[in-house]
Design a protein around this ligand. Structure first.
Ligand SMILES: [Zn+2]
Ligand SMILES: [Zn+2]
Length: 141
């Protein structure tokens, strides 16, 4: 499967040749900051399946796990696009809102639910993790 996508202004484009290893929503407090108070929605892909074109900017922080998380957004319009963990360079997170519709992907798990606001509505069909779940299985090479 090939997925394509772009930021809100179109300056950054992405093409992904492969299937996601996981699709999750994250309610951690860092994600609530960039997602305007809600969760981020994320598809985890093998890093080498992702090609990007355009200029992104990034910021990094040390997560509770001790790993450095680097988040990238369009340098022009600010659309959150990617995130990566220093612990898992072979995987990269793509924000679901970046992908062109209809991509057919939907979250099957909610993570960091312990940090969700009390008004959050969590689909009971999703697997729920109060904090960071185990990493998805490594991509096949
Ligand atoms: Zn943009
Ligand atoms: Zn998060």
């Amino acid at each position: 499967m090939v997925y394509t996508g772009r930021c809100a202004c179109g300056a950054v484009e992405v093409r992904i040749d492969g299937e996601p290893l996981a699709v999750r929503q994250c309610w951690c407090q860092h994600c609530q900051k960039i997602a305007a108070g809600g969760p981020t929605h994320n598809a985890v892909f093998p890093t080498d399946a992702i090609m990007t074109d355009g200029i992104t900017a990034s910021d990094s922080y040390v997560a509770d796990s001790g790993n450095t998380l680097t988040r990238s957004h369009c340098a022009a319009c600010g659309t959150p696009m990617f995130s990566a963990s220093s612990a898992r360079p072979q995987m990269r997170v793509v924000r679901l809102g970046v992908l062109d519709q209809p991509h057919g992907l939907k979250p099957t798990a909610a993570i960091w639910t312990s940090e969700a606001p009390d008004w959050a509505i969590l689909d009971p069909a999703m697997e729920q993790f109060p904090a960071q779940p185990p990493a998805p299985p490594a991509p096949q090479s």
